[in-house]
Design a protein. Structure first.
Length: 411
């Protein structure tokens, strides 16, 4: 039996190589290319050349002069023109309350009724004493007249005549005392009907029928306030008051026919009160502790819309400027020295930092007193992306809507 000789592994013929067109070779080439691209992406990026993006786009506005009425707002608080505290002048049991709480009452209107029985008795007693004194006076007059005739005939002594005259004078004095007692009793009886000293609005009653009242007690029965017209008390610093006085003397504040400054009230809800008032600068007093001055304005209140104790803002019209320059507040910045500045776009669209002087705030805008002129362009939006000297691409600034304003406020 013949056996074939075994071959050594090294003597085996090598496997044929795969040609590039083989499917496995194409897959391996794609994998290698993907690795190279991935390594290239992880490597350092080449920086883009500076200035390739071009000038930054910013929002600008062109200044225009416009007529504007400048005003000053002063915080104030309303107070009653007249106020009366109602208290009893005699003591007794309260029988009735004769008014509606919170309603208007007239001067002299009866508000409460105290039990008058004891005071009626006192009046009757005083009237009886008066009648007795009058009777004694008539008897003394008759006696004095008789003694006058008898003294002429020397029928009585001078002493008897003088005693008769003394009795007549005493009787007349008793009548005067009795009449005063009657008047006092009448007054006390009248005080049992507690009346309103002034016309106005009543507050809540602090007592009910059946309560025991005493004369001139500390506890109030009710309060009556007169609210037409109404006072507005305005507390200001001495500096502000001096400025307002100078403006009034120079004719910058609107006056009425009596020379008082005219004011308009702004209520808590932002609405404007329909009736104008007047602000007086006379009779002011300085608080020595704070140095503040309280001014008093008078405002009509025919509809009763205003009530004592309300917080309001008094607006004074300072004058009308026909060529006012007003810029948005976001266009004005402050440097470390506190100087107001604005970025002005020059003719070549480069930025210039301009020093300006601002006046009063008008809503969300500043009044510009100096530093800018009508027709110049100022930067409004985009100041965070640019600085003075940069070239920009100006576009008209878009007015902010209410939603965007609220969003900026939250940021």
């Amino acid at each position: 039996m013949t056996f074939a000789p075994r071959r050594h592994p090294a003597d085996r013929a090598p496997l044929p190589r795969t040609s590039p067109s083989h499917p496995f070779a194409a897959a391996r080439s794609c994998a290698l290319l993907a690795c190279v691209l991935a390594l290239a992406a992880c490597g350092p990026k080449t920086a883009a050349p500076s200035g390739a993006a071009g000038p930054a786009e910013v929002g600008v506005m062109t200044l225009q002069a416009e007529p504007h009425t400048f005003t000053t707002e002063l915080p104030g608080r309303t107070s009653a023109f007249l106020a009366a505290e109602v208290r009893p002048q005699v003591g007794g049991i309260l029988q009735k309350r004769l008014f509606t709480e919170g309603a208007k009452v007239k001067a002299g209107q009866v508000l409460y009724q105290i039990d008058p029985a004891s005071f009626e008795v006192q009046l009757a007693t005083a009237q009886a004493q008066l009648a007795k004194a009058q009777t004694n006076e008539r008897a003394a007059q008759v006696s004095a007249a008789r003694n006058a005739e008898l003294i002429k005939a020397r029928a009585i002594s001078q002493q008897q005549y003088d005693d008769g005259q003394t009795q007549l004078a005493q009787a007349q004095s008793d009548i005067a005392t009795a009449r005063a007692a009657v008047r006092a009793a009448e007054l006390n009886l009248g005080y049992t009907r507690i009346k309103a000293p002034i016309a106005g609005l009543t507050s809540a009653s602090s007592v009910t029928p059946g309560a025991l009242l005493t004369a001139n007690q500390a506890q109030l029965l009710t309060t009556i306030t007169q609210t037409d017209p109404l006072y507005v008390d305005i507390t200001q610093s001495t500096t502000e008051v001096l400025r307002l006085k100078r403006q009034l003397a120079d004719g910058q504040l609107t006056r009425d026919e009596k020379g008082a400054a005219r004011i308009t009230l702004v209520l808590d809800d932002g609405s404007t009160y329909a009736h104008e008032g007047t602000l007086q600068f006379s009779g002011v007093q300085v608080n020595p502790a704070t140095g503040a001055i309280t001014l008093r304005a008078t405002v009509p209140n025919p509809e009763g819309l205003l009530m004592p104790g309300m917080y309001v803002r008094a607006r004074l019209q300072e004058g009308v400027s026909e060529h006012a320059l007003l810029v948005p507040q976001q266009a004005v910045t402050r440097d470390p020295a506190g100087v107001a500045r604005a970025l002005v776009i020059k003719d070549d669209d480069t930025l210039e930092s301009r020093r300006i002087v601002t006046g009063s705030a008008v809503g969300n805008r500043w009044e510009v007193i100096s530093g800018l002129t009508a027709g110049e362009r100022i930067l409004v939006d985009g100041s965070q992306r640019v600085k003075a000297g940069d070239k920009v691409r100006p576009v008209p600034a878009q007015p902010k809507t209410e939603t965007s304003a609220k969003t900026d406020a939250k940021r």
